[in-house]
Design a binder for this molecule. Structure first.
Ligand code: ADP
Ligand code: MG
Length: 616
């Protein structure tokens, strides 16, 4: 007897389950299906996204309705058109061997007449968004006076979206004695309230911990010109050399395009969308799970099933059409008790959507700046340094050592370090240098106006490895300097070092307050960063190159792609730094890192490389 059979499901449903390849019931299915089949009861079920809630209420409903009757017996309310269509499709799949079954989707943005016609043919189950449903009831196109089962799917989302009144109105047209099944990822007060109001002594089933969905995820947004989205994306990736991420685009076309561009620029990326065959999708997912792909570019629909635990970043290349989809996106990170970051690249015209999303997720976004080219260079350089530090020596080299020493005999240790890093670094830097002759106007944006203060950016040799994220660091700096909340800004915590800004007038005091204090037994070094900040020297909106990334198995095509890009980028950044005066000086002074980090950033130890591989 299969596990599904043990739950009490009938033969025609079991056949469909086999067809779909479901092997074992998920926890929420195991816990709720027997209850719903066994009795007519109200139920509140709490389970995270992606745990199979649709089948948990879908199977019992399909088994309990009378498919020979044409009366509408089941109503499923769901927050968005997308979910509505998805649930309808799932139910049709589950019920494909149920003779006479008719499931109809009701949602806005499509012909109401067509939908009314479908309902008239006799729909035992209606899956609807609250707005359109209320409308159709009002116009007497739908009769729900005889329904026996009502599902409130993603109840928290529906309430967040302000559907409370609509739901109340709709349910007032349904019978008192129906069973109501409420499924939700979280249980905010509003959901408890609706449960109290519309349900009679509901049984409660909880899968996993309550209300943990978004706790581990922090949300950031980056305001850029729409045309600079791609360049911003690259910079965000370059700032996080260990990134393992899902990048969401709105359309299949954009998804494909962004993935192709990333690959061309030397990143290990791939596209995941509905135009790929199942086989292709499986291959992509396998590579992603194996970390052969670092950046998975996906549509919302294709990313639904992604259940990879270690995703460090979700990047919203564009915001979704329906802002509530954002929750599903950001839920791809911060799983299994780990923390994650959800980033949004947003243009001026969309920035108001951020506020609406904050309401839905009940969390605040942090506005951040796309890092400048020089800052990225620094990060990449020190990433490499840490990698070198932590690399196990391959003793096959030993036999060649005498000869190698001969070749390099004339160089001091310092020279060797310089040369070694230049191998990786010069090409990237050259893009910059070469680029500064081209002079493309970066254009204006809100960012420029906001950033009129004369501020100073600092470098400190402590960071995440010392257990300090940007918030911890900000707190610490404020405590040491007694500066106010808004006086310390643009705090960026990296693995072994960090940056932050203050107004220039505070700089002397800040240096004094922080220099030499002890963290984890080490003395903290602080310097004024020559790169005036993520907003200073490198603040242009142009692209960043692939950092050191392109080298990995790189080919000519890559180099070419990067060079072109680098020209544009450098040019813009250069322009900006010139505009800011003073901070542009280093662009012309040989290495951008001259006299800067050496001897300052002392990694606190631990692995700087992580286990992730990159491939072209
Ligand atoms: P939720 O509503 O909890 O977010 P869904 O019902 O949308 O989750 O299910 C997520 C995915 O898991 C769907 O693609 C669905 O087909 C699949 N799924 C559901 N139940 C099972 C199962 N028992 N075994 C394998 N896959 C399942
Ligand atoms: Mg669902």
């Amino acid at each position: 007897m299969s596990k599904f059979q043990e739950l009490g499901l009938e033969e025609n449903l079991l056949r469909a389950i086999t067809d779909m390849g479901f092997e074992t019931p998920s926890e929420v299915q195991e816990k709720t299906i027997p209850i719903l089949l066994g009795q007519d009861t109200d139920l509140v079920a709490l389970a995270q996204t992606g745990t199979g809630k649709t089948a948990a209420f879908g199977f019992p409903m399909l088994q309990k309705i009378d498919a020979e009757s044409r009366t509408t017996q089941g109503l499923i309310l769901s927050p968005t058109r997308e979910l509505c269509m998805q649930i309808t499709n799932e139910l049709k799949n589950y019920g494909k061997y149920v003779k006479g079954l008719n499931v109809v989707a009701i949602y806005g943005g499509a012909s109401i007449q067509d939908q009314a016609k479908q309902v008239k043919k006799g729909a035992q189950i209606i899956v609807a968004t609250p707005g359109r449903m209320k409308d159709m009831i009002g116009r007497r196109m739908i009769d729900i006076s005889k329904i026996e089962y009502c599902v409130l799917d993603e109840a928290d989302e529906m309430l967040n979206m302000g559907f409370y009144e609509d739901i109340t109105e709709i349910l007032s047209h349904s019978p008192e004695d129906k069973s109501t099944w409420l499924y939700s990822a979280t249980m905010p007060k509003e959901v408890s309230a609706i449960a109290r109001k519309f349900m009679h002594e509901p049984l409660e089933v909880t899968v996993g911990a309550k209300n943990t969905s978004t706790k581990n995820v922090s949300h950031e947004y980056y305001l850029v010109n729409a045309r600079d989205r791609y360049q911003s994306l690259k910079r965000l990736a370059d700032t996080n050399p260990e990134i393992f991420s899902v990048i969401f685009c709105r359309t299949k076309r954009d998804t494909q395009k962004v993935a192709e561009q990333l690959i061309e620029d030397g990143y290990s990326a791939a596209a995941l969308h509905g135009d790929l065959s199942q086989n292709q999708r499986d291959l992509v997912m396998k590579s992603f799970r194996n970390r052969q792909i670092q950046m998975l570019v996906a549509t919302d629909v294709a990313a639904r099933g992604i259940d990879v635990d270690d995703i460090t970043h979700v990047i919203n290349y564009q915001l979704p059409d329906e802002i509530e989809t954002y929750t599903h996106r950001s839920g791809r990170t911060g799983r299994a008790g780990k923390s994650g970051i959800s980033m949004v690249i947003v243009s001026k015209s969309e920035v108001r959507k951020i506020k609406s999303i904050e309401k839905i997720i009940q969390q605040k976004f942090v506005k951040k700046d796309v890092p400048g080219g020089m800052e990225i260079c620094e990060i990449q350089l020190f990433h490499l340094a840490n990698k070198v530090k932590n690399t196990d020596v391959n003793h096959e080299i030993d036999v060649h050592l005498p000869k190698l020493e001969e070749v390099l005999a004339d160089f001091s240790k310092e020279d060797l370090i310089k040369k070694f890093f230049s191998v990786e670094f010069t090409r990237f830097y050259n893009y910059y240098k070469k680029a500064k002759d081209l002079n493309i106007d970066p254009g204006s944006s809100l960012q420029d106006k906001e950033y009129s203060k004369d501020s100073v950016r600092y470098f400190v040799n402590i960071g995440k490895k010392d257990g300090l994220d940007w918030q911890d660091l900000k707190d610490m700096i404020r405590e040491l300097t007694q500066l106010g909340k808004d006086d310390v800004f643009h705090v960026d915590s990296m693995d072994t070092f960090s940056f932050f800004n203050t107004d220039a007038s505070h700089s002397e005091m800040v240096l004094q307050a922080i220099q030499g204090i002890e963290v984890n037994g080490r003395n903290v070094d602080i310097e004024i960063s020559k790169d005036k900040g993520r907003k200073g020297g490198g603040r242009g909106r142009g692209g960043s190159g692939g950092g050191f990334r392109g080298r990995k198995g790189g080919g000519d095509r890559r180099g070419g792609g990067r060079r072109k890009d680098g020209e544009r980028r450098g040019d813009r950044d250069r322009k900006s730094s010139g505009d800011r005066g003073g901070s542009g000086s280093k662009s012309g002074s040989g290495s951008p890192f001259k006299g800067k980090r050496r001897g300052t950033a002392k990694p606190a130890g631990g692995s700087g490389t992580g286990g992730r591989r990159r491939r072209g």
